[in-house]
Design a protein around this ligand. Structure first.
Ligand SMILES: [Zn+2]
Length: 82
C-alpha cells in the first residue's frame, strides 16, 4: 500500500499522470488529470488507472493507494500516534 498525503505538496508532486502532469485528482476507482482533460495531449486519457512516481519510476494502481487529506486521518493511519 502506498500512502500519499494530498496536503503535502512534495509528497503529492512525486506522483504524476501518465503524461507527467501534477494536476491529477483521485476519483473513486481511477485518477483524473485536469491537464489531460484539457486536451493538450490528443492521445492522453484524462482518466487513468496508475500513477507514476517520478523519483522511483514505480507505477501504482488506484486500489494500491491510500490517499490522506487531513492530519487526523494521517495520524490514525500512522497507528494512532499523534
Ligand atoms: Zn495529465
Amino acid at each position: 500500500m502506498v500512502e500519499i498525503d494530498l496536503d503535502e505538496e512534495t509528497d503529492r508532486w512525486q506522483w504524476r499522470c501518465p503524461a507527467g502532469h501534477r494536476s491529477w485528482e483521485p476519483t473513486n476507482y481511477h485518477f483524473w488529470c485536469a491537464q489531460c482533460a484539457r486536451g493538450k495531449h490528443p492521445k492522453a486519457e484524462p482518466e487513468f488507472d496508475e500513477l507514476r512516481n517520478v523519483k522511483t519510476g514505480d507505477l501504482v494502481e488506484r486500489d494500491e493507494v491510500e490517499l490522506v487529506r487531513d492530519s487526523e486521518s494521517y495520524h490514525s493511519l500512522r497507528g494512532g500516534k499523534a
